[in-house]
Design a protein around this ligand. Structure first.
Ligand SMILES: Nc1ncnc2c1ncn2[C@@H]1O[C@H](COP(=O)(O)OP(=O)(O)OP(=O)(O)O)[C@@H](O)[C@H]1O
Ligand SMILES: [Mg+2]
Length: 256
């Protein structure tokens, strides 16, 4: 049965999507069957994996509104074997309002994912930068929440609210939900700041912290414009190596 990991942090631009894309691709490269779900109306995971997000007949939005089935919105990736996606685009931003009043609307994604859970080893959900209904749906679906933290001065800001949301979802919607762990992103070895942030978070946050630290690597920022993950764009780059290491840690943690 697939392990479901939501990648969440309501802070914008911390590396959620980069992690969703490249962790998924690295797990797939290791022979794991992976589904990545783009739960962000920005659709960056969708475009970053090579899809024209505005030309898709069906997306997660249609699935959540009951306008298509899971098969209609499941796309095999052209560049990575073992990797499927449920894509999104700006339409998804309407879902929150349109689902108002719908019964059990916190469980809509979960019900869709339950239909395919057996087909995958991992299901990775990229969340939007807010603690909205889409993020709640992702957390209500997930086994664990993986939190990317950018190595910058305000790294800890907002983490209290994030942990509070995880706890609320755990109490009310998904008693099995756990924190998968924290992964540091955009680490710059040339600055003391990155090091200080890592030490500070380690001291203040009582959570699993992945040993792998994702470096700031320009190749990681370039890859999405070609619609391919780093493992394809520049397989030997520091960015690709780091996401492979993270994938191995995620795999090993599952064995514990
Ligand atoms: N390790 C890295 N090295 C260099 N650039 C990176 C790295 N990780 C992410 N970036 C770049 O930083 C920007 C933000 O990253 P990303 O889109 O993954 O964050 P996000 O948390 O998904 O953002 P949002 O909150 O808007 O969804 C992007 O331009 C991305 O290419
Ligand atoms: Mg994103």
């Amino acid at each position: 049965m697939g392990r479901i990991i939501a990648i969440a942090n309501q802070k914008g631009g911390v590396g959620k999507t980069t992690t969703a894309i490249n962790l998924s691709a690295s797990l797939a490269e290791r022979g794991q069957k992976v589904l990545v779900i783009d739960a962000d109306p920005q659709g960056n995971t969708t475009s970053g994996l090579g899809y024209e997000k505005n030309e898709l007949e069906y997306t997660l939005y249609d699935l959540m509104l009951g306008q298509c089935g899971v098969d209609d919105c499941t796309f095999e990736n052209d560049f990575v074997d073992n990797l499927d996606i449920w894509p999104s685009n700006i339409n998804l931003s309407g879902a929150e309002i349109e689902l108002l009043g719908v019964e059990n609307r916190e469980y809509i994604l979960r019900e869709a994912v339950n239909q395919v859970r057996e087909d995958y080893d991992f299901i990775i959900i990229d969340c939007p930068p807010s603690l909205n209904m889409l993020t709640v749906n992702a957390m209500a679906t997930a086994d664990t929440v993986l939190v990317p933290i950018q190595c910058e001065y305000y790294a800890l800001e907002g983490l209290t609210q994030l942990m509070h949301t995880v706890n609320l979802v755990k109490e009310r919607l998904n008693s099995d939900l756990e924190i998968e762990g924290v992964v540091f992103t955009m680490y710059d070895a040339r600055t003391n700041l990155s090091l200080q942030v890592v030490d500070n978070v380690k001291e203040n946050l009582n959570q699993n912290i992945y040993k792998t630290i994702i470096p700031r690597n320009v190749r990681l920022a370039e890859a999405p414009s070609y619609g391919i993950p780093i493992t394809v764009y520049d397989p030997k780059s520091a960015g690709a190596e780091s996401y492979r290491m993270l994938a191995d840690e995620v795999l090993n943690r599952g064995d514990e």
